[in-house]
Write a protein that binds this ligand. Sequence first.
Ligand code: ATP
Length: 384
Amino acid sequence: MASIEMRNIVKKYGDGFPAVNDVSMDIADGEFMILVGPSGCGKSTLLRMIVGLEDITSGDMVIGGNRVNDKAPRERNLSMVFQNYALYPHLSVFENIAFPLRLAKAPEDEVKRKVTEASDVLELGEHLDRKPANLSGGQRQRVAMGRAIVRDADAFLFDEPLSNLDAKLRGQMRTEISRLQRRLGITTVYVTHDQTEAMTLGDRVCVLRKGVIQQVASPRELYEQPVNLFVAGFIGSPPMNFLPATVSGATLQTPFGPIELDATRAEQVAGRELVLVGIRPEYFEDASLVDGAKRDLGTTFTAKVDVTEWLGDSQYAYIPYEAPPEVDAQLKELSRELDSDQLRTQAIVSIDSTSRIREGREAEFWLDARKIHVFDPESGQNLT
Ligand code: ATP
């Protein structure tokens, strides 16, 4: 197994804007690292440079302590699992898994032993004689992983391996990949644009935007301490709300009324006029369900509810508001990138399923003022 170190990696296709722009990152031996970001952010390009399918324009790629920039893919001992699985249709499951061992001219008893071990782990034992066409999507995925396992590779690289599967199977495969990775303890780099996959699979997640690393952190840290608007908006579903607010002393004046800041946050926003307040949907509650002591720790406000969605264990309420022109352009750009137009037109609040709020009526909401984030609308940096 091996660690993967990237030092100031740049990739330019032709004379264009760099697809990967000065990326430096250390992936520890045995670590499960996720590369995530919207379409075109450079995650596949980065993965392809690790595996050797793409030249590196500048910077160093170091795998297991060795610089591999000039090494061919087959000299890197990495196993890549592609989106389309790249299985051989005319070969059985056994021979598909055995393929790398056949190439290496491994003796028959070793082939048998390794394929059996891998198919046991992947629960493919009873399908070894079948052809890929007679397997489900999930089973094909496992065959592709089996082929990666038998190679004793230094690392696994996955490029959106679950994107062809339906939602249920994707959930199952996610659990399987996670379990398998832990069992094998093999260094893994996994590309996805799906933030749920990113949050549930990895030890750490690297969020990319336009070829630049925004933040590398554990899923929990990304969720609780996003460094900027982009990460805050990308991670979490439904997304964080960004309410424009003017600062006056320790008070933020938002479209829903004033929010009083504690001393620490007041200091963090001192001297600013306009900010964006980041509030996750679950930081809200129906005020009538919040008891007195807790109420005092937050802010209450009244707003008209546009639409409600009942989810069983909770419900969402959509509260429209208008972003002022000063921040509209910034939020528009962010909405476009994150493919979420609601960022600038309505807040989503997640409240208890027992709440009696009604569509089209005013309701009193409570907001946990201790949890809010405050962002600089221009740089997007999280100030809190
Ligand atoms: P997606 O999720 O859509 O696959 P991605 O995050 O994996 O996107 P890349 O495929 O790495 O992004 O592409 C990053 C940028 O580089 C994009 O702007 C893309 O258009 C460009 N790009 C990728 N491959 C090439 C190529 N072979 N030639 C020219 N430009 C390319």
